[in-house]
Write a new protein. Structure first.
Length: 202
């Protein structure tokens, strides 16, 4: 791609590092920014930089937050004893978009995958066990992607919690096995949460 300006080329290369953005799309975005007024560009860059510098992770559930706790964990309208365990922040967002869930979350930060070198110690499992140990959790919904790795993670967590009186359920299999949770449509995902089923770890 021949670009007459090195500054424009640098901007294109930076934008092209974003997921799903190729060089042609990056060029269109860069040219759009170039043609925008200076105030709009400064506001855009300030929002991105402000997010990167100031955003925090909830000290209770590891979701994104503006302060020490995220909105669901702070909300008195949420059922704080109902915890939905998800792999990633994107999965928590997907479930929120269904508007069918009124509990809180716990973001693991991944799932157990020996092939990728991800074990239990690399995930936010110990803080989940601490929440159960404190007595604040009555039911845990395992909303992990229906894959072998997801099922392995659910099994491991259930074993860690076997000595506690807590109801463990999983989302119903409206989400096809082998699929990624974040790509499920909102209707299917919402119904899977509502129709959750008890988990048995035999």
């Amino acid at each position: 791609m021949n670009i007459s300006s090195k500054l424009l080329e640098n901007a294109v290369n930076a934008l092209a590092t974003l997921p799903g953005i190729g060089k042609k799309t990056a060029l269109r975005l860069a040219l759009h920014i170039l043609q925008s007024d200076k105030e709009s560009v400064e506001e855009f860059c300030g929002a991105i930089l402000g997010m990167r510098i100031n955003i925090k992770f909830c000290k209770k559930c590891h979701n994104i937050a503006d302060g020490e706790l995220c909105n669901p964990c702070m909300s008195p309208k949420r059922e704080q004893s109902l915890v939905c365990v998800v792999e990633s922040i994107k999965d928590a967002m997907a479930i929120e978009n269904t508007q069918q869930y009124n509990g809180v979350y716990h973001v693991l930060g991944g799932i157990i995958s020996p092939i990728e070198g991800i074990g239990p110690n690399e995930l936010n499992i110990h803080t989940l066990v601490d929440r159960v140990r404190s007595g604040e959790v009555k039911e845990m919904v395992m909303a992990l992607s229906p894959t072998i790795e997801g099922d392995t993670t659910i099994y491991y967590i259930s074993k860690q919690l076997k000595d506690y009186e807590i109801k463990i359920s999983t989302i119903s299999r409206g989400v096809s096995f082998g699929g990624e949770l974040e790509y499920a449509d909102e209707l299917t995902l919402g119904r899977s949460i509502i129709s959750r089923i008890p988990y048995k770890n035999e």
